[in-house]
Design a protein around this ligand. Structure first.
Ligand SMILES: [Ca+2]
Length: 140
């Protein structure tokens, strides 16, 4: 067999070979939806007998991709944040990304070894509630 878009996968596979060889290859066909895709997709199959395009057969197989709850992930600066000794230091560029967040609620924990953290100076959105275990007074 030979083909295009083979090992790593691709939008289109194109290969040829003897019947038992191509069937063996097709028995290992794997589908993976694009990142965060869910819904209905379709795999189109086409076979031509010995390069005679009058001897062609086509079929489509629908694929239903169920939605799953994706894990959230952090976005944060890639370099260390440099602060002056005994100074307040605003840590910018930190956030959470979740492609299917919807109306879900996220438990967020922020901790530090040799200092304190709070959301000082920011207008905390009304939907943010602090947990009992936090330091409390300085959290906002
Ligand atoms: Ca999620």
């Amino acid at each position: 067999m030979c083909g295009g878009g083979g090992e790593g996968g691709g939008k289109k596979l194109w290969f040829k070979g003897r019947l038992e060889d191509v069937n063996q290859g097709l028995s290992m066909l794997v589908y993976r939806g694009e990142q965060d895709f869910f819904g209905t997709d379709r795999i189109d199959f086409r076979v031509v007998d010995d390069e005679d395009v009058s001897l062609v057969s086509e079929i489509s197989v629908p694929v239903v991709v169920r939605a799953v709850n994706d894990s959230p992930r952090w976005e944060a600066p890639v370099f260390p944040v440099v602060c002056g000794e005994d100074e307040l230091c605003v840590i910018g560029g930190v956030g959470i990304v979740d492609p299917d967040a919807g109306e879900g609620v996220f438990d967020v924990e922020v901790s530090v070894d040799s200092g304190t953290v709070n959301l000082n100076g920011l207008e905390v959105p009304s939907g943010v509630d602090f947990f009992e275990g936090g330091d409390g007074e300085g959290d906002r």
